[in-house]
Design a protein around this ligand. Structure first.
Ligand SMILES: Nc1ncnc2c1ncn2[C@@H]1O[C@H](COP(=O)(O)OP(=O)(O)O)[C@@H](O)[C@H]1O
Ligand SMILES: [Mg+2]
Length: 250
């Protein structure tokens, strides 16, 4: 059955994460440019399917820069894995993200988030915004090695999104972040509840889904990080003498 292409006037943005994911999976990607400050080939474009349209980021696996401490060609799968964990927490840290074929081969496609440009990130990351605190817990779970300022996107509605999760899920401790503000402090009760649920889901369907993108060892290490957070009930502290900060920080 062939559909008539929607007229431009009928186009609309997806309503909610589920519809956004469907658009990201099914839509036709029109690449418009490349992010100049990115370390991998990170493309910006629009995606369209029927009446739905949105802006998106597309990172082809072929454009991933090789790294000494992560296996080649695995960054897109790590980004999708981070999105799966984010979905399971219900915290909506990661914008809808999928793995699919694109104009330059398989890659990750993520919904573009319009950030609030009036926010001074250097000051913002020192605040007690609950979205940042949830992000700090999320990063501890996924072992995020790169939570710099440019990977934190506050919106005008007051939500805080995180992007660039290509170097998460190492089995070795690698947490590098600007969000050490709560280190050693008790985890909020709500976070403990979410972590308890996450521990169960990691033993079930979520664990299986992660296995499509991560090694058994990496999934096991994720389960262990969650178990450790539940045991200590504290925000993790830097493992070295100084806090491990991403470089450059912004
Ligand atoms: N989904 C997104 N929504 C809005 N901005 C984004 C999104 N993904 C990336 N960006 C912006 O593009 C920049 C480069 O993307 P990033 O994912 O960090 O690529 P790289 O892996 O090459 O570092 C980010 O620092 C951020 O400013
Ligand atoms: Mg980046």
């Amino acid at each position: 059955m062939s559909e008539q292409p929607a007229a431009d006037a009928d186009l609309r943005a997806p309503d909610g994460a589920e519809e956004a994911r469907r658009l990201l999976v099914e839509g036709e990607i029109d690449v418009e440019g490349r992010m100049l400050d990115a370390s991998n080939v990170t493309l910006f474009g629009t995606i369209r399917s029927g009446v739905l349209t949105a802006e998106c980021v597309y990172k082809p696996v072929a454009g991933e820069r090789p790294l000494w401490d992560f296996p080649d060609g695995t960054l897109a799968g790590r980004e999708v894995s981070a999105a799966l964990v984010s979905e399971a927490t219900g915290w909506d840290v990661v914008p809808p993200t999928v793995l699919r074929e694109g104009p330059f081969g398989p890659g990750m496609v993520q919904l573009w988030i319009d950030g609030d440009e009036s926010v001074d990130l250097a000051a913002f990351v020192r605040t007690d915004h609950p979205g940042l605190r949830r992000m700090a817990v999320f990063d501890a779970v996924v072992n995020n090695a790169d939570r710099k300022g440019g990977h934190i996107i506050p919106t005008v509605e007051g939500h805080v999104y995180g992007v660039d999760h290509g170097i998460c899920f190492s089995p070795d401790p690698k947490l590098r972040t600007l969000l050490w503000r709560w280190a050693g402090k008790p985890l909020p009760v709500a976070a403990l509840e979410v972590l308890g649920r996450l521990a169960d889901e990691l033993r079930g369907d979520l664990g299986e889904q992660l296995h499509e993108h991560l090694t058994r060892r990496e999934v096991r290490a994720t389960q262990q990080r969650v178990a450790e957070l539940l045991r200590t009930q504290l925000h993790p502290e830097p493992s070295g003498e100084w806090p491990a900060l991403p470089w450059p920080p912004f």
